[in-house]
Write a protein that binds this ligand. Structure first.
Ligand SMILES: Nc1ncnc2c1ncn2[C@@H]1O[C@H](COP(=O)(O)OP(=O)(O)OP(=O)(O)O)[C@@H](O)[C@H]1O
Length: 328
């Protein structure tokens, strides 16, 4: 295996559906061994990007390579594993039989026992695949994606519709797989999920990358502050102050969104503009607006899904989250 090759390389990729630009000039390189979260609201282009990477959707323009080859060739070579978002499992066979069958279709599969252990399914090997809970069935889909021992695993919203316990078990298995030096790309709506499980977070909005970095960098963005003050006369200079990313004027009140409130306040002090100065942490909605330049879509959750789909939620969406710490 060529260790210098990127697992994923997207360059100038666009994909439109009619008038909608689902992916808009996307550049993304993922080195081998990284676990990357694609984070974004509904319609950001996550699924389309993943579909392009899997070779299921041809981009209108741009180049797509998976381990230096076209996606279809990487799939044929068994280097790319994917997990379907949903869909029934074959009835009447056991989990172990199903995995054994799928493993048999690959040139160099993982031993079934190992896959079962990694997906935390060992105790369920003899259970019929059509008699599983939602979380168990999701772990079987995960196991099916691992069966061929791929070097890159691509997961589209793998924990959608799972409860807290099932989600924890799922990530547990995923971490074991990542520990083998594998590359993982997963999409999610949840900042917290990206934060906890990815080395790197790529925030997509309207088909473009609006932020890309480690969780600390993204958190720093999410930990924006607002600086409020009373102003008179010209306010155009406020936008040029250090740290300031947005200025909102309401009457005589200015609200500055800042990534560095210390620097902003210092500059305001030097300018003698400190009347009724107020520094407060921005909320996540502010952070999202700062990243994407628009308000978060709310109520966009599909009716059959128990999950909430606000772009950045600080708590996990399912029931039983009492006592979970919220992001600082
Ligand atoms: N097959 C299609 N036909 C028409 N429009 C599509 C198609 N697939 C995606 N789109 C549109 O492209 C945009 C991006 O969709 P995509 O599914 O990639 O976003 P997403 O980030 O995965 O969203 P979600 O979180 O809701 O799955 C949306 O506006 C969507 O309506």
């Amino acid at each position: 295996m060529d260790m210098t090759a990127n697992a994923v390389s997207l360059a100038g990729v666009t994909k439109s559906f009619g008038a909608v630009r689902a992916v808009d000039g996307l550049d993304l390189d993922i080195p081998q061994g990284q676990t990357v979260a694609l984070l974004g609201p509904n319609g950001a282009g996550k699924s389309t990007t993943i579909s392009v990477l899997l070779g299921l959707t041809a981009p209108d323009t741009g180049h797509v390579q998976v381990f230096d080859r076209p996606p279809a060739a990487a799939v044929r070579a068994g280097r790319l594993g994917a997990m379907p978002q949903e869909g029934g499992l074959i009835p009447r066979v056991t989990v172990g039989e199903l995995l054994g069958f799928v493993a048999g279709t690959y040139a160099t599969p993982l031993p079934v026992q190992e896959v079962l252990a990694m997906a935390r399914l060992t105790g369920l090997a003899r259970r019929r695949a059509d008699r599983l809970s939602g979380g168990q069935a999701q772990r079987v889909r995960f196991a099916l994606a691992l069966a061929g021992d791929p070097d890159l695993l691509i997961l589209d919203e793998p924990t959608a519709a799972l409860d807290v316990e099932a989600r924890r078990e799922f990530w547990d298995g995923m971490r074991r797989f990542a520990a083998r030096g594998k590359t993982i790309l997963f999409s999610t709506h949840y900042l917290e999920e990206a934060d906890e499980h990815a080395d790197r977070i790529v925030v997509l909005d309207r088909g473009r990358v609006v932020a890309d970095g480690g969780s600390r960098e993204i958190k720093r963005l999410a930990a924006l502050t607002t600086v409020g003050l009373t102003v008179t006369g010209d306010t155009s200079w406020l936008a040029g102050l250090p740290g300031v990313t947005a200025v909102e004027i309401r009457g005589r009140r200015a609200k500055l969104r800042s990534t560095d409130s210390d620097a902003t306040v210092m500059a305001l002090a030097q300018a003698g503009a400190v009347r009724d100065l107020e520094v407060a942490p921005a909320d996540l909605e502010d952070a999202f607006i700062a990243l994407t330049g628009r308000h978060a879509a709310v109520g966009a959750s599909p009716p059959d899904s128990p999950t909430r789909t606000a772009p950045f939620t600080t708590t996990m969406p399912a029931a039983g989250t009492a006592g979970e710490e919220s992001a600082a």
